[in-house]
Design a protein around this ligand. Structure first.
Ligand code: FES
Length: 235
């Protein structure tokens, strides 16, 4: 077992535990975007950074293995400042029409902006100009709300096995796309909806339930989709 001190609390964790899991065991609510316990780690959003005594840089806790005698602060001034900058950078590109967004009330970006008091961005950036029109009847993708956490890409590969989507292009032009940027219906997508379930913001919505109620007004139930007939039971 490894001995750690997290926010002043001494805990023991098994060797091989990631720091984010240890923080959660100690009761710390560390914000995350790209992390999903069902999926392989990406370590790309850096929202989960924490301060570790003796280490020069803030550590992305989801991809940092615990080491014996670590002393960790999950809400130090430097940590909070780093998270605020990440939120501002995301807002610089994000379409902030939260009042008509399907995900409002259940959006991680909205939640963390509220938590850290980030109501605007000091970074004036070019907004995305991606069209979100895809003629499929099930999935709506709003590229101007995508934060490129890649949870949908990993879910499509690791949960569904469809491998229908991936990251296309780089930098400001990066977007989630099908092979050759084609229509979803022409790809290997099986419209299982896993990508919608794992999206932490309003970039992915179900066309079937759009405008029928806010996400927090809907009840999640276990069901078997009828589209592909595999019979997996999903929430
Ligand atoms: Fe750890 Fe994204 S949640 S880097």
């Amino acid at each position: 077992m490894l001995n750690l001190t997290i926010n002043g609390q001494a805990i023991q964790v098994p060797r091989g535990t990631m720091l984010l899991d240890a923080c959660q065991m100690a009761g710390a609510d560390v914000p995350t975007f790209c992390y999903d316990p069902q999926l392989h780690l990406a370590g790309s959003c850096r929202m989960c950074v924490v301060e570790v005594q003796g280490r020069h840089n803030l550590q992305a806790s989801c991809v940092t293995p615990c080491v014996d005698n670590m002393v960790v602060d999950t809400e130090s001034p430097a940590t909070v400042e780093a998270r605020k900058i990440i939120l501002e950078l995301l807002l610089a590109r994000h379409n902030i029409n939260c009042h008509v967004c399907e995900k409002t009330g259940e959006c991680k970006l909205q939640d963390y902006c509220y938590r850290y008091g980030v109501d605007d961005s000091r970074f004036a950036g070019e907004k995305g100009h991606f069209t979100s029109e895809d003629p499929n009847p099930f999935i709506e993708r709003d590229y101007d709300k995508c934060i490129m956490c890649t949870r949908c890409v990993r879910a499509c590969d690791e949960i569904t096995g469809a491998q229908a989507i991936s990251v296309k292009d780089r930098g400001h032009h990066a977007k989630i796309s099908t092979v050759f940027d084609g229509k979803l219906a022409d790809s290997t997508c099986v419209f299982c909806g896993q990508c919608i379930m794992v999206c932490p913001v309003g970039a992915l919505s179900s066309k079937v339930s759009m405008n029928k109620g806010r996400a927090y007004q809907c009840e999640k139930v276990l069901t078997t989709c009828t589209y592909c007939g595999t019979g997996c039971t999903l929430e």
